[in-house]
Write a protein that binds this ligand. Structure first.
Ligand SMILES: [Fe+2]
Length: 167
């Protein structure tokens, strides 16, 4: 695999693990604010990020390349509201989408069509991620505080992470 692409995929593994911590931090915020439904929603989102990271991990191994695990910065730990958390989540997902598009542009430049196919999954996934967050933002805005948020918290509790079937 081209060195630049390899380096950027390794960087992406770090970013996906960072994303996991980012959402774990939102789960912790929700738990601390007596919103167990949003807590489990963000925990499920964190598991999804772990899956994204490990999918890259397995792919590099498959391509006979070395995975390099690095550290990353602390995620934000304070949020002013659940809405603030979801808005920060959407902004974060947009930066992840830009990163995936960047990886895809290198794969195209290098005519690494196997990597193009592999990355396509993430292109589709990011459309879903952004949609998931903007839907939650819309719902949180719709219900406001108090009883509405209490009900939405119960709805959020239903989210679970089901890993996609093995490839
Ligand atoms: Fe991700």
């Amino acid at each position: 695999m081209n060195k630049k692409l390899l380096g950027e995929i390794n960087k992406q593994i770090g970013l996906e693990f960072y994303s996991q911590h980012f959402y774990l931090s939102m789960a912790a915020y929700s738990a601390a604010n007596d919103l167990p439904g949003f807590e489990s929603w963000f925990l499920a989102q964190g598991q999804e990020e772990d899956f994204h990271a490990m999918r890259f991990y397995r792919y590099l191994n498959q391509r006979d390349e070395k995975v390099v695990i690095t550290g990353f910065e602390d995620p934000p730990t304070e949020f002013s509201s659940v809405l603030d958390a979801f808005e920060k989540g959407l902004a974060h997902e947009k930066t992840v989408t830009d990163r995936i598009n960047y990886l895809m542009s290198i794969a195209h430049e290098e005519k690494d069509y196997a990597a193009v196919n592999f990355l396509n999954w993430y292109v589709d996934e990011q459309v879903e991620e952004e949609d998931t967050f903007s839907t939650m933002i819309g719902k949180v805005k719709m219900v406001g505080d108090g009883m509405g948020l209490y009900e939405l918290d119960k709805e959020a509790a239903a989210r679970t992470f089901v890993p996609p079937a093995a490839e």
